[in-house]
Design a protein around this ligand. Structure first.
Ligand code: PMP
Length: 348
């Protein structure tokens, strides 16, 4: 090893789900929304002649629109390049304690990567045998808490009272609730942000808004939290939000009818698909997300994953303890799920 390598920051990166290059596949592996952005968003994309200019560093138009939509003040909203960027900024900003950051052992697998990258001590709290979080496990001394609600990759949602219990018992640290999937049936913690100044709620345009390719995420919280986030952002890169994100993100929020319609379709397809696969010997926790976390009573998850891939159907398999006999299946269109169901019937 060359000596200069002693001074290199070495990390084990997060590995996102595969984006296959082959055509004509059914893609149920990265929790995208199959319906795509609304026509109003696509029409607006034709009007991007202003690209020669730098974007507004504060992304004011987008921030104001999001704030208004949620009934907040603009200084309660922070936007970033997907919620991954928002979360990374939040880790950098808020988790600067010598005490351990707490998050579940089965959860979004980027949390431990950021903790490692930023040198944050952390502890992964085991979820119970039904993959559920226990609020009491978080009533210990810590340097911060983060969990998704609904959780990923299980899809299990906790009620608002559960989230409030955790926030109430941890008012000396920042608690982040990652609500990437909340629109598909979860209960938002948003009503708590005026009551607790230590709560940050994070959302994304990638799932329910069908805009994973654009990269927009946002955080909502007390104005002091948002200011601290902006201070870090402006110390790192002022222009995180590009002009298309600002313009098209705003348009997406304004087209609420399309948003509600496509989310309802995903939920509908999820519930139908769940019922159908249960008849085939599969089981999964109740999901409030745009995916199901499935396991079969005799076929191994890895086997199903590989066979599906041979048939050009991509789902997600995590080769990790406790969850290596499960598959996370994104809910596609009804037609896509019918094809997947037929495949599963034949396999079983
Ligand atoms: N949080 C959770 C729980 C997720 O599953 C994802 C998707 N990988 C993200 C955040 C990040 O999504 P994005 O960066 O596309 O907003």
């Amino acid at each position: 090893m060359a000596l200069w390598e002693n001074n290199v920051r070495k990390v084990v990166p997060y590995v996102p789900g595969e984006q296959p290059k082959v055509k004509d596949i059914i893609k149920l592996n990265t929790n995208e929304n199959p319906y795509g952005p609304s026509k109003k968003v696509l029409d607006k994309a034709m009007e991007l002649e202003r690209l020669k200019l730098y974007p507004d560093p504060a992304a004011t138009d987008l921030v104001d629109t999001i704030a208004k939509y949620h009934g907040l003040k603009s200084n309660q909203v922070f936007v970033g390049v997907g919620s991954d960027n928002v979360l990374a900024m939040a880790f950098m900003t808020f988790f600067n304690s010598d005490k351990k950051l707490l998050f579940p052992d089965i959860t979004y697998s980027f949390y431990d990567v950021w903790a490692e990258l930023f040198g944050i001590p952390y502890e992964q709290i085991p979820v119970d045998q039904d993959f559920k979080l226990r609020a009491e496990d978080y009533y210990v001394e810590n340097g911060g808490i983060i969990f998704p609600n609904p959780n990923a990759p299980t899809g299990i949602a906790e009620p608002l009272s559960f989230v409030e219990d955790i926030v109430k018992n941890n008012q000396d640290v920042i608690v982040i609730v990652d609500e990437a999937y909340v629109d598909f049936g979860g209960e938002t913690a948003l009503p708590l942000i005026d009551k607790y100044d230590n709560l940050l709620v994070v959302r994304t345009f990638s799932k329910s808004r069908s805009m994973a390719g654009l990269r927009i995420g946002y955080a909502m919280g007390n104005e002091k939290l948002i200011k601290y986030l902006n201070d870090v952002k402006y110390s790192y890169n002022s222009y995180t939000m590009n002009m298309p994100s600002i313009i098209l993100g705003k348009e997406s929020i304004l087209d609420d009818e399309y948003f509600k319609d496509t989310v309802a379709k995903v939920i509908d397809t999820r519930e139908w698909f769940k019922e159908e696969i249960e008849k085939l010997g599969f089981s999964c926790p109740p999901s409030a997300a745009n995916f199901l976390f499935i396991t079969h009573n005799s076929l191994e998850a890895k086997y199903i994953f590989e066979k599906a891939k041979e048939n050009k159907i991509f789902v997600r398999f995590f080769d990790k303890p406790r969850i290596n006999n499960h598959l996370r299946v994104t809910i596609g269109t009804r037609e896509e799920m019918e094809v997947f169901l037929e495949f599963l019937k034949k396999l079983v």
